[in-house]
Design a protein around this ligand. Structure first.
Ligand code: AHG
Ligand code: MN
Ligand code: MN
Ligand code: MN
Length: 335
């Protein structure tokens, strides 16, 4: 690949028109996310050398053991956004409730809310495997000048004005959309600058990778079991390849580049699956659709679900359009 010398900062300025209702606020949110991502990336790269491996000793609202890096990434992204007074509220996988950001003059004048999974793939921190950050941006519904409300966060994914993910992997990348395609940027760690490395990313319409935690197979609904068997059948271009990292951002990223499907179905112990609609599924669905892929809960489009609560979960099938349609067909036929 030819080395690009266009930076993320330059790209955002050049594409100002893509930042809806642009008054510079959304670009400033991106600047903050980019900065926080660099701070977290630096820390992740020192895992094993500094004391950030292991549990922080608490459980989060999801009932999961909070890792030290979950807490560190959460605080870094939240503080970076709060200090710049550019959002009116933040919701995070790691916080019980949303955070109201009034601004130092208590004006409540900011227009956007940010929702995030600050550290995706917690179980991979201790073993030197890629982790990520996932984020989503909405324009508030409540009137400017008043404190942010729960309704500002409980919007369907189709209302997103921007979404993205960061991967702290073999290299650190930011991939994002503002509803005008998907672009990826890679960090040059020597100088701390993101460069455009993956312009106009597209999900192949078809793929040959399926990504699912197959250890849960016996607990999956019949339609999903049937689809997995279909993936494994020796027929046409199958069997497919199975690849599962256990970090949604990384699994999605690979599938978007190579063609594939990510599945996190319901199981007998988890009636709504595991993944969080607001922090994980909606942002990934927005990116997938903007790249020509699809995202479904098995029956309906993820981005049309009207959320009822902040930490709502949903089954999630996301990836190459033909593969998502196929799993929906299997789920439908099993009913
Ligand atoms: P998080 O680390 O933010 O809690 O997310 C973990 C999610 C997702 O990243 C990953 O794909 C999935 O959980 C893995 O779950 P299993 O270990 O159940 O496969
Ligand atoms: Mn978690
Ligand atoms: Mn996650
Ligand atoms: Mn997380």
């Amino acid at each position: 690949m030819e080395e690009s010398n266009k930076t993320l900062g330059e790209f955002i300025i050049e594409n100002q028109k893509d930042f809806q209702y642009s008054s510079g606020e959304l670009s400033r949110i991106f600047n903050s996310i980019r900065l926080a991502a660099k701070v977290v990336s630096y820390k992740v790269n020192k895992a094993g050398l500094v004391d950030i491996i292991g549990s922080a000793g608490d459980k989060n609202i999801q009932g999961e053991d909070q890792q030290k890096l979950d807490v560190y990434a959460n605080e870094t992204f939240i503080q970076t956004l709060i200090n710049r007074e550019i959002v009116c509220g933040i919701a995070s996988e790691e916080n019980d409730d949303f955070i109201t950001v009034e601004g130092s003059d208590k004006s409540n004048n900011n227009k956007y809310v940010v929702l995030m999974d600050p550290l995706d793939g917690s179980s991979n921190i201790d073993v030197n495997v890629s982790v990520g950050t996932i984020f989503s941006v909405y324009r508030r519904i409540s009137p400017i000048g008043t404190p942010v409300t729960l309704e500002d966060f409980l919007q369907p994914g189709i209302n997103q004005v921007a979404a993205g993910y960061v991967i702290y992997g073999t290299s650190t990348m930011i991939v994002y959309t503002t509803g005008h395609g998907v672009n990826g940027f890679t960090l040059n760690p020597a100088i701390g600058t993101f460069y455009l490395s993956h312009p106009n990313m597209k999900f192949p319409v078809d793929g040959s990778i399926y990504s699912v935690n197959e250890g849960n197979y016996v607990h999956f609904p019949q339609g999903v079991k049937d689809y997995i068997k279909y993936c494994q059948l020796e027929e046409e271009d199958r069997p497919y390849t199975s690849r599962y990292i256990g970090s949604l951002a990384s699994d999605m990223h690979r599938n978007m580049i190579k063609g594939g499907i990510y599945l996190y179905p319901t199981s007998s112990g988890a009636a709504k699956g595991k993944l969080r609609l607001l922090y994980e599924c909606n942002p990934m669905a927005f990116i997938a659709e903007q790249a020509g892929g699809k995202a479904s809960d098995g029956v309906s489009r993820i981005m049309e679900i009207l959320p009822a609560e902040l930490h709502e979960r949903t089954p999630f099938f996301c990836g190459s359009a033909n593969m998502v349609e196929k799993v929906e067909e299997f789920i439908n036929n099993a009913q």
